[in-house]
Write a protein that binds this ligand. Structure first.
Ligand code: C2E
Ligand code: SIN
Ligand code: SIN
Ligand code: FE
Length: 353
């Protein structure tokens, strides 16, 4: 056992290591001799408790045996000091006391001593106590290894679940997008740009992830828009435009009453991604921070990518012209803070086109 990592050392437990501290060389030799009868132990002895404290930093011992009466520091002081090392919290600490020192036992227990041994040492007693405490230690190590293993399994399961959700949404978004847009690249780019903006705003990783996953279904409501309007190769009439604008409300309705954060964010994005910062958007005419942040973020990503893409009704714009348009609309169509975050990510955005 020569490491501070519990999970690395457990398999080697058949060679448990013992640290003995006593300023009296004869006592030290006696304890070592008794315990050496059992070949399974690695035994390190220290006359100087300070030296022992330093050694404990390098080596993970499985049990500590410390004398109470020492000139430099008492056994209680030693136990107080070793407790500070995280990896020694659960290591059994045995204190050796003379019979007349019975009164120190209470303070030793308060300090964190696990067991006591009386001087003179009884060979059978110390062997049995050490064996029992090491069994306890081994059980604790197995338990903590098991806990690490289980929490890793939960993490893996959560990751797989999230990936499955993302994939499902992505495919759904693709199916919706196929009607007015030949490739699924638009939604992938909108997802990436939305994440870049969210990151630029220093939102938490969890929120960035949710926005990225939800962004692709911002136009889910287009499912309710007739082909004749959606695929029209020219400008829309006033009536057609009124129908078209309903796609946000339809999307909001389709995604409403969800329990998960993901669905709530997806609903906000679908519902409000055509609101404008100055209040001149649709369908509610919300302004500024009345518009959910997720929708303010996706609005930029959506328009930027729509400008750079060909549509049945329009040609693709060059990247730089689209960039200038976003810049120009800061404070009008878009939240200025989100535009700043968009501009900060420009190098990464260019790479995905
Ligand atoms: P979309 O094609 O995905 O466009 C999303 C948004 O990008 C548009 O939201 C608009 O803000 C911006 N955008 C796209 N192309 C241009 C452009 O050439 N110039 C400018 N200034 N902005 C542009 P909007 O306007 O609310 O439109 C929502 C959706 O309505 C569009 O989604 C599209 O599916 C449809 N649409 C809009 N105008 C027309 C049109 O003239 N003809 C047809 N057939 N559909 C249209
Ligand atoms: C808009 O500029 O809001 C409409 C997009 C277009 O049809 O060019
Ligand atoms: C809502 O649907 O979330 C309320 C609409 C609003 O924000 O005014
Ligand atoms: Fe839209």
């Amino acid at each position: 056992m020569a490491s501070n990592e519990f999970n690395v050392t457990i398999d080697e437990f058949d060679r448990a290591s013992i640290c003995i501290i006593d300023d009296n060389k004869i006592n030290l030799d006696i304890i070592r001799a008794i315990l050496s009868a059992d070949k399974a132990y690695i035994i390190d002895c220290f006359l100087d408790p300070i030296e022992a404290l330093n050694a404990c930093k390098e080596t993970q011992y499985d049990i500590i045996i410390v004398d109470y009466q020492m000139p430099k520091m008492t056994g209680i002081d030693f136990i107080e000091d070793i407790k500070v090392y995280e990896s020694y919290k659960l290591v059994p600490k045995i204190m050796v006391t003379a019979d007349k020192e019975r009164n120190v036992r209470i303070s030793a227990i308060q300090a964190g001593a696990t067991e006591f041994l009386n001087k003179p040492i009884d060979p059978i007693e110390i062997q049995i106590r050490i064996k029992n405490l090491l069994e306890l230690r081994e059980a604790q190590l197995k338990l903590s290894k098991r806990a690490v293993f289980l929490s890793k399994q939960v993490d893996d399961a959560n990751r797989r679940l999230l990936a499955a959700q993302e994939e499902m949404i992505f495919r759904l978004a693709n199916a919706i997008e196929m009607r007015d847009n030949d490739t699924g690249e638009h939604i992938a780019r909108v997802a990436s740009i939305s994440r870049f903006i969210a990151e630029g705003l220093n939102l938490s990783e969890q929120v960035c992830q949710i926005i990225q996953i939800a962004a692709p279904i911002h136009d889910m409501g287009k499912i309710g828009i007739p082909d004749a309007i959606l695929k029209k190769p020219s400008s829309l009439t006033k009536d057609e435009w009124s129908v078209m604008k309903e796609h946000t409300r339809i999307g909001g309705r389709l995604l409403s009453h969800g329990d998960s954060d993901l669905l709530k964010v997806a609903r906000d994005i679908a519902m409000y991604h055509h609101e404008k910062w100055d209040g001149n958007g649709y369908n509610l005419g919300l302004a500024g921070e009345e518009i959910p942040l997720s929708a303010r973020i996706v609005a930029i990503a959506d328009v930027f990518d729509a400008l750079c893409s060909q549509r049945p009704y329009k040609k693709a714009w060059p990247l730089n012209k689209a960039y200038s348009e976003i810049e120009k609309q800061s404070g009008i169509h878009f939240d200025p803070k989100c535009v700043e975050a968009f501009k900060k990510s420009w190098d990464r955005i260019v790479k995905i086109y």
